[in-house]
Design a protein. Structure first.
Length: 333
């Protein structure tokens, strides 16, 4: 799921704690060009203030208008927008798109506390809403599951935030970290070298002076994790690769030329890594954009990471690059 939806839950919990009446609105089904996927969340409080989005357009305005005019939904209910082309145009759903929503009053926040606590531990959980009773259950979920709605029960997935571990605190890392934050990654930079970590100044990131392999083990890298080694120092880059390539991290890449990548793989083969694990290494890192500056290189790296995250084939690579197959890991989990 998007970390935006976790932020929506946090805001809904805060409003509830301040004494406001709060409603959650969930996208359950879309047709045509509706811009938000099933499971997307919006929180709305009694004065019309909202957090999140279900359409990015006039649907939110209509929901706000309903609340401000005194509509107070007391139990989970269905709302449909865009049945006709005229309505679709009115509500910002292009090409005749339609949108079905579930609106529910937030009666308690215990389940939100549980979801936020478990996702912070990088667990994947499912929240089930029974429309008849309004009862909510939270349980563990498995990778590959998707949002479900059968007309009676809504089951939405809440998973850990995408995160990026960057090894090295040089200029490229600082630019890469800032861009990754803009793409909604949790960013952790690791560099035990004093001359580098003293100059790290990227707000919103976490910095570690631990040895890279130790930190990789401590973080319990999961399928929502990307590892980017950019120090040019084999003593640091290879250390983290030895751990990251054995982990479920969806992306593991290291900066270097094709020659350096070949030499790195030869070094890795001397340790307890299988050929398949070594074959997961992306190198030279990034898509072939003709990048020269740190900013351009960072764009190329992030473009590759996003493509792998979204299961898109890596067609724009230099000839001879190590190019693991992109595996689709994106979804409501």
């Amino acid at each position: 799921m998007d970390s935006l939806d976790l932020q929506v839950l946090q805001q809904a919990r805060d409003w509830h704690g301040q004494g406001h009446k709060v409603w959650l609105v969930t996208v359950i089904e879309t047709w045509g060009s509706a811009p938000r996927r099933p499971g997307a969340l919006l929180a709305m409080r009694d004065d019309g203030l909202v957090a999140g989005s279900v359409s990015g357009g006039c649907v939110e305005d209509d929901l706000i208008d309903r609340v401000r005019k005194g509509e107070r939904v007391g139990r989970p209910s269905l709302i449909t927008y865009g049945v006709t082309k005229e309505e679709a145009a009115r509500f910002g759903l292009p090409c005749g798109g339609n949108l079905r929503l579930v609106q529910e009053p937030l009666a308690g926040v215990g389940w939100i506390d549980e979801v936020l606590a478990r996702t912070a531990r990088h667990e994947l959980v499912a929240r089930t809403l029974d429309l008849a009773s309004g009862a909510v259950e939270v349980e563990s979920a498995a990778r590959g599951e998707k949002f479900e709605f059968d007309g009676k029960r809504l089951r939405a997935l809440f998973g850990p935030r995408w995160r990026m571990l960057i090894i090295g605190a040089g200029q490229l890392s600082r630019v890469l970290a800032g861009m990754a934050l803009a793409l909604d990654f949790e960013v952790i930079c690791c560099d035990p070298r004093e001359e580098y970590h003293l100059t790290w100044n990227v707000p919103g990131t976490t910095f570690s002076k631990a040895m890279p392999d130790d930190l990789a083990v401590e973080l319990h890298l999961d399928p929502h994790s990307a590892v980017v080694a950019v120090t040019h120092d084999p003593k640091l880059d290879d250390l983290v690769l030895l751990e990251a390539l054995k982990s479920p991290a969806f992306y593991v890449g290291a900066l270097g030329s094709r020659g350096n990548t070949t030499a790195r793989k030869q070094r890795l083969a001397m340790f307890d890594l299988t050929l398949d694990e070594i074959g997961r290494l992306h190198g030279p890192i990034g898509l072939d954009l003709g990048s020269k500056t740190p900013g351009e290189i960072a764009v190329a790296i992030l473009a590759e990471i996003v493509a792998v995250k979204n299961g898109i084939a890596l067609t724009q690579k230099k000839d001879g690059s190590a190019m693991p197959q992109a595996a689709g890991v994106c979804g409501r989990g």
